[in-house]
Design a protein around this ligand. Structure first.
Ligand SMILES: Cc1cc2nc3c(=O)[nH]c(=O)nc-3n(C[C@H](O)[C@H](O)[C@H](O)COP(=O)(O)OP(=O)(O)OC[C@H]3O[C@@H](n4cnc5c(N)ncnc54)[C@H](O)[C@@H]3O)c2cc1C
Length: 406
């Protein structure tokens, strides 16, 4: 009998969710990932194929259709009520299993909870079941060519005409716009008064006439995001979320839904990458000795280990605050800043360790580790920009946290 067949089958998702203790929940979910990920991936297991969009979508469909979606959502909408600490355990084990990043992050992390909080019954009935089964992918249309950090300056217009709104304008950097079935979109419905009071949220079917998506190729060679052009797009009034002109408050609430658990998978992933980096330093020869014997490399690794530990403590505190019902404060900005900059430093160090071999990208046969270090190094450049740039996070920490003058 080989090792795999000797292993006991993992409990079913329903049994895992009903586990009597957090320890049993952790053991169950860990066993499920350890069984299902290699089974679904087959020959792709442990290869770069697992990080590609096709497998990411396949895996996400499998997880959702097995009953592991809507974690923390109420039973009334078909969700699986789960405490924040168990959601955290789920995300930790997901990242430890090196399961690929989901595609429908916006749908599950932002749209679902926002619809549950602000949607009409008709909207919940229409959209939530499709989200639970991962049948519809969502993208987020906030940023525009002249509105990023200063989001309230957005100019995409929505004019009401009877039972529809006519949308005109342009969005940019819309992640997964080419895959998106629906877009969670902000548009201006009034130019009167303060800018924030004239914005509404729309749930926009990406297949409506007048919508054109143009993918943008990133430095990694992939085109995960794009521009979205809206020309006289007719969106039914039933697809407005919340009241007209109340969109800013909904967008701010939407940003807070994931605060307790958002960074957990990212921080765990950073820790597993750090373990891979230490292995890389221990096995790579530089100037006639192992890279890890170089005092400068050791010092850089030590600093990364300290930062990773600090991040873990921050994440624990954010989770505790969320469990106690404390509204998210500047903590989220501090974690975003530390995580994105530490992550970039980790890949900078990988480049130093690997030397010229680092230049081989995923398409090249000579690339060590299938070029994934190279690809992820390039991808981390985006992390100090997306979801609020480092400068904006520093402003928030300075003004709201340290109460420094503007
Ligand atoms: C990979 C990736 C995915 C993304 N996905 C999405 C998505 O799905 N949906 C979406 O809507 N958007 C998305 N974005 C867009 C992202 O939210 C914006 O890029 C970000 O908010 C910054 O806006 P901007 O690019 O317009 O830069 P700008 O706001 O124009 O900023 C340009 C520079 O000026 C600095 N700056 C601006 N204002 C200040 C200030 N007050 N003080 C100090 N410095 C300042 C910034 O830090 C930056 O360095 C994505 C971006 C990336 C990189």
């Amino acid at each position: 009998m080989n090792g795999l067949s000797a292993m006991a089958a993992a409990p079913s998702p329903a049994a895992i969710l009903a586990a009597p203790s957090d320890e049993a929940f952790r053991a169950g979910i860990k066993a499920w990932f350890a069984q299902e990920l290699p089974r679904l991936a087959g020959a792709r297991y442990g290869t770069a194929e697992m990080q590609r969009l096709a497998f990411r979508r396949e895996w996400e469909d499998h997880v959702c259709r097995s009953g592991l979606s809507g974690l923390g959502w109420s039973e009334a909408v078909g969700g699986r009520p789960l405490s924040l600490s168990r959601q955290a355990i789920y995300h930790q084990e997901y990242a430890r299993a090196k399961a690929p990043l989901a595609v429908n992050l916006i749908g599950h992390g932002i749209v679902g909870p926002t619809l549950i909080a602000f949607g009409s019954q008709e909207q919940k009935d229409r959209f939530i079941p499709k989200l639970l089964g991962n049948e519809e992918i969502w993208c987020q249309g906030y940023s525009e060519p002249n509105s990023g950090s200063d989001l309230a300056s957005l100019t995409t217009r929505a004019e009401r005409r009877g039972d529809v709104y006519i949308l005109n304008g342009q969005k940019i950097w819309t992640s997964f716009s080419h895959l998106g079935d629906w877009c969670f979109l902000l548009a201006r419905t009034s130019s009167e008064g303060p800018r924030q009071r004239g914005i509404s949220v729309f749930l926009v079917d990406m297949r409506l006439p007048g919508i054109r998506v143009r993918p943008i190729r990133q430095i990694t060679g992939e085109a995960d995001y794009g521009e979205v052009f809206l020309d006289d797009v007719e969106v039914p009034v039933s697809c407005r979320l919340g009241e007209e002109n109340a969109g800013w408050g909904i967008a701010m609430a939407a940003a807070n839904f994931e605060r307790g658990t958002y960074f957990i998978p990212r921080i765990v992933r950073l820790q597993t990458e750090l373990e891979d980096l230490v292995r890389l330093a221990a096995t790579t020869q530089r100037d006639g000795r192992k890279a890890i014997e170089d005092p400068l490399i050791r010092e850089a690794i030590a600093r990364l280990l300290c930062d990773a530990h600090a991040l873990r403590l921050h994440a624990d505190r954010m989770l505790k605050q969320a469990e106690d019902g404390v509204p998210p404060g500047v903590e989220g900005s501090a974690v975003k800043l530390l995580w994105s900059e530490t992550h970039q430093r980790l890949f900078d160090l990988a480049m130093d360790i690997m030397g010229p071999a680092f230049q081989y990208g995923p398409q090249e046969k000579l690339a060590p580790a299938e070029g994934l270090w190279h690809r992820d190094y390039l991808w981390t450049r985006a992390e100090t920009i997306l979801a609020g740039t480092s400068e904006i996070q520093r402003n928030i920490i300075a003004e709201r946290g340290l109460e420094l003058p503007r």
